[in-house]
Every structure is written in C-alpha cells, then in structure tokens.
Write a protein of this length. Structure first.
Length: 218
C-alpha cells in the first residue's frame, strides 16, 4: 500500500484518500481493542451482578439492567465503527492529523488511543452509578463520567462536519449513526437513573428497630 495521500473536503478539511501503507500494523490495534473491550464488558457485568445482589438499592432492577446493557452495547457498536474506520480511513474521510503515526506505534494511533481512553471512563462511571447507596457527590461524579463516556462515542458524529453526509458510503453512514444512536440512548438512561437515584437517596424509609418505628434516610 502507498503512503497516505490527501485532499480537501468541501469544508476545507485535509483528509486521506487511501488506506495508507501500515495495514499490517493495525492488526495489533484490533487485537488489543478486542481484548480490552471484552474485559470492559466483563467488568461491567461484575459491577451489575454485585448491584443486583444488594438487598436494597437506590435504583430499580430494571434501571440497573438498562445501564449495564447500553453501556456494554456502547462498547460493541463503537468497536465496530472504530475497527472499520481504522481499517479504511479513506472511506470515512478521516482527517490526516488523526491518521498520522506520531509515536511509531502505527498509523491511526490517535483513533486507537481515543477508543481505549473511553473504557476506564465508563467503568468508573458505571461503578459509581451501580453502588447501592453512594454519597450524593459520588453519584454525581458517576453520572458525569457516564455522560462523558457516552459523549466520547457520540463524538464520532463529527465525521459529518468534516465532509457532507452524502459523500459517505451507506455502510459508513450506518456505522457512524449506529454508535451515535446507542450513545444517545445511554445518555438518556443515565439521566433517568441519576434522577431516580437522587430521589431515592433523599426519600425517608421506615424501619422496625427494637419494636419501635424509626424514620431513616437511605
């Protein structure tokens, strides 16, 4: 494969027009991403299972399941998009600065590191959101982290401010929109869970203690 060649889009962005010469080097990226993505989903599941075993939780079981499912699906859809984008950057009108090899690790390393960076953000956020009764401040940190986690994947929609949508192939548009839609749905469920949790943390509950009734806040 020849080195990257470039052109200008209608928005004046410098993008690559061929896949580049370092195709073999990207195989390592795909393997690392697959392993880390699988590990992240397993850790999401362990966080979810621990939350499901709690005798009392600020979120309903249904809401916990929604957070786990859409967080995991976020990993899957983003992997599919980033896999194809790294393999075929020209199909996605990828800016040259993203495709360049800066450290010697390989072409498309910016996309590779960006994708990896979103995983610990999601693990941190979901871990806090699935705690049974976290302090309200920690709950807030968890929600912010989950918003960032979903935004980092939704940001793939910026392909459409690099080049006009009708210049993309249908598979490329489907890949971009798929991860964007999943990220938006996750964002909505995080917002619903955060609102539900804030109400639950402040709501008083009645416990029987030594034959007397005592009001307690969760």
């Amino acid at each position: 494969m020849p080195p990257f060649t470039t052109t200008k889009t209608v928005f004046g962005q410098t993008v690559v027009t061929n896949p580049g010469e370092d195709q073999e080097g990207r195989v390592l990226f795909f393997a690392v991403m697959a392993v880390l993505g699988l590990i992240a989903i397993v850790l999401f599941y362990l966080q979810y299972r621990r939350a499901q075993k709690a005798k009392r939780h600020m979120l309903t079981s249904k809401r916990r399941t929604q957070l786990f499912f859409w967080s995991s699906l976020n990993v899957v859809t983003s992997y599919i998009h980033f896999f194809d984008n790294i393999l075929r950057p020209d199909v996605y009108w990828t800016p040259f600065w993203i495709c360049r090899n800066y450290t010697g690790l390989g072409d498309m390393e910016v996309a590779f590191f960006y994708w990896i960076a979103h995983l610990p953000v999601g693990l941190f956020g979901l871990g806090l959101m699935l705690q049974a009764h976290p302090p309200e401040k920690m709950l807030q940190y968890g929600a912010w982290a989950m918003y960032l986690y979903s935004f980092m994947i939704w940001s793939g929609q910026q392909h459409f401010i690099v080049q006009v949508p009708w210049m993309f192939s249908l598979p490329a548009i489907a890949s971009i929109l798929m991860e964007g839609i999943v990220a938006v749905i996750l964002h909505v469920y995080v917002w619903l869970a955060y609102r539900e949790a804030k109400v639950a943390l402040k709501a008083p509950t009645v416990e029987q203690v030594g034959g007397r009734r005592r009001v307690k806040t969760i």
